[in-house]
Ligand binder design. Structure first.
Ligand code: 3PG
Length: 385
């Protein structure tokens, strides 16, 4: 693909598609990770003398209408503080934007535009007409073929990859395509069903596949243990058995159980064979956590997606904490992605000790599944044409 870093942007109208889809509460951005990750791209384009516009979606508003709840205004306020240039928010921009070199115009939530999700040619051409250079930098939205990710890249005079997107592809490629071995993949989260393709894909690549959270319960049941009232997908037990037979999946020997899903329910450590009908498994036990930490310490590549327990509740956070700290202490190349994983990284304060933290949720998983990201594919096509 063509890279933004290689282009002369001086005096050009440049449109960046970023993923500024951040959580907002009471008009304030509550997690700025995605904005922070995009700042270097914005600053570089400004330094290169671009007449700069940036577009993003925020949330999932009803298409075709303005809705204050999903406005990018809080993001604009954040950017005003973070940048030293003039930053404005444009609401009506499809017929052209007035922007000077060294300024930034934020285009209001692209999902307010009719045709954005369906990627209509009409809208794509309007976006394309706004710019001389289109920069795709929204890794987190690269799995969506929408007007502002795919359509505009088809019709813009030049379409290139921004530094964040290029960096994500490089880091993920390093972990998935040519990992230094041994490679350990940790997949947690609540359901096997939503991560099945991820598990299947990683089972072929990783030397060891660690399952955690609700996903592990289905594997524990597949090994013939009682999982009590725990979250467990009984219809996927055969799938779990098959994966466990084909892949090196460390077995869980002990667990932490509670009587109900609550912040105050007491935690009890049990051998995995002692779980009773009334128990709910909410974390891995200390022996299992220690065994996983050893595996992590000996790995050369680590891919982490999903917590191994209900880490939001302190009494069930220890397993995820041990894993997070092992990843932080390991000399391996480590890559982490997904919303819950980032929340765990924040909670345990290990952000600067993970080699690469992806800004993608769904996009990260689709890459790991081996799927082609449409918004990247179109950049490749444009580069060849
Ligand atoms: C995300 O948060 O994963 C991306 O911003 C994509 O958002 P979407 O799932 O609403 O398309």
């Amino acid at each position: 693909v063509i890279k933004m870093t290689d282009l002369d942007l001086a005096g050009k109208r440049v449109l960046i598609r970023a993923d500024l889809n951040v959580p907002v509460k009471d008009g304030k951005v509550t997690s700025d990770a995605r904005i922070k990750a995009t700042l270097p791209t914005i600053k570089l384009a400004l330094e290169k003398g671009a007449k700069l516009m940036i577009t993003s979606h925020l949330g999932r508003p009803t298409e075709g209408e303005y809705n204050e709840e999903f406005s990018l205004a809080p993001v604009v306020n954040y950017l005003k503080d973070a940048l030293s240039c003039k930053v404005t928010l444009a609401k009506d921009y499809l017929d052209g934007v007035d922007v000077a070199a060294g300024e930034l115009v934020v285009l209001e939530n692209c999902r307010f535009n009719k045709g954005e999700k369906k990627n209509t040619i009409d809208l794509a051409k309007k976006y394309a007409a706004l710019c001389d250079v289109f920069v795709m930098d929204a890794f987190g939205t690269a799995h969506r073929a929408e007007g502002s990710t795919y359509g505009v890249a088809q019709f813009a005079p030049v379409a290139c990859a921004g530094p964040l997107l290029a960096g994500e592809l490089e880091a993920l490629g390093k972990a998935m395509l040519k990992p230094e071995r041994p490679m350990v993949a940790i997949v947690g989260g609540s359901k096997v069903s939503t991560k099945l393709t991820v598990l299947e894909s990683l089972s072929k690549i990783a030397d060891q596949l660690v399952v955690g959270g609700g996903i592990a319960n289905t594997f524990i049941a597949a090994a013939g243990h009682n999982v009590g009232k725990s979250l467990c997908e009984h219809d996927l037990i055969d799938t779990a058995k098959k994966l466990a037979a084909e892949t090196n999946i460390p077995v869980t020997t002990d667990v932490v159980v509670g009587a109900e899903f609550s912040e105050s329910t007491p935690a009890i450590i049990k051998s995995v064979s002692d779980v009773t009908d009334g128990d709910m498994i909410f974390d891995i036990g200390p022996d299992s956590a220690k065994a996983l930490a050893d595996i992590i310490m000996n790995a050369k590549t680590i891919l982490w997606n999903g917590p191994v327990g209900v880490f939001e509740f302190d009494q069930f956070a220890e397993g995820t904490k041990v894993i997070a700290e092992a990843i932080a202490a390991s000399p391996a190349f480590s890559i982490a992605g997904g919303g819950d994983t980032l929340a765990a990284i924040d909670k345990f304060g290990i952000a600067d000790k993970v080699s690469y933290i992806s800004t993608g949720g769904g996009a990260f998983l689709e890459f790991v599944e081996g799927k082609v990201l449409p918004a990247v594919e179109i950049l490749e096509q444009r580069a060849k044409a």
